[in-house]
Design a protein around this ligand. Structure first.
Ligand SMILES: Nc1nc2c([nH]c(=O)n2[C@H]2C[C@H](O)[C@@H](COP(=O)(O)OP(=O)(O)OP(=O)(O)O)O2)c(=O)[nH]1
Length: 129
């Protein structure tokens, strides 16, 4: 079974977190944490900084490790590490079809990719703004 190693950013601003809507592929239309696959030779932090630049044309500060999650998809096994981050610049959507800043009350108002449930629970229970 193919394995994917992915990093994801829980980007915080003004007591809200950023979620982005996938613009292409099998999860098109679902909401996720921006990020992507770790490339050969990269640290997780390097990968996250690169991915956020590619997807949102933004610079971030990776503040702290949040959680690791795993998910069995029909065609691959996902390992995803999530980090709490903040923005050093504005965002511009280069790959996603939408973005929302969600307060804690609004976390369940979007349809998250099913694998993200543990990260969503982390936000509800353990996130430090
Ligand atoms: N970025 C991100 N990916 C997620 C989340 N949840 C989840 O299951 N995934 C899955 C979807 C994808 O299969 C994989 C991430 O790969 P990706 O396609 O975003 O990675 P990439 O930017 O390197 O992609 P690409 O160049 O191959 O299009 O992880 C999430 O919250 N954020």
């Amino acid at each position: 079974m193919k394995e994917l190693n992915v990093v994801a950013a829980i980007i915080k601003k003004d007591n809200k977190i950023l979620t982005t809507q996938r613009g292409y592929g099998e999860f098109k239309g679902l909401w996720e944490f921006p990020g992507g696959k770790i490339e050969e030779g990269e640290t997780k932090e390097d990968a996250l900084i690169r991915e956020i630049k590619e997807e949102l044309n933004a610079d971030i500060i990776v503040e702290k490790f949040a959680l690791d999650l795993e998910w069995q998809y029909p065609n691959f096994y996902l390992y995803m590490s999530c980090f709490e981050c903040s923005l050093k610049s504005d965002i511009k959507l280069l790959e996603h079809m939408g973005a929302k800043w969600l307060s804690l009350d609004e976390i369940d108002s979007v349809e998250w990719i099913e694998a993200d449930i543990k990260a969503v629970n982390y936000i509800k229970e353990s996130l430090t703004f």
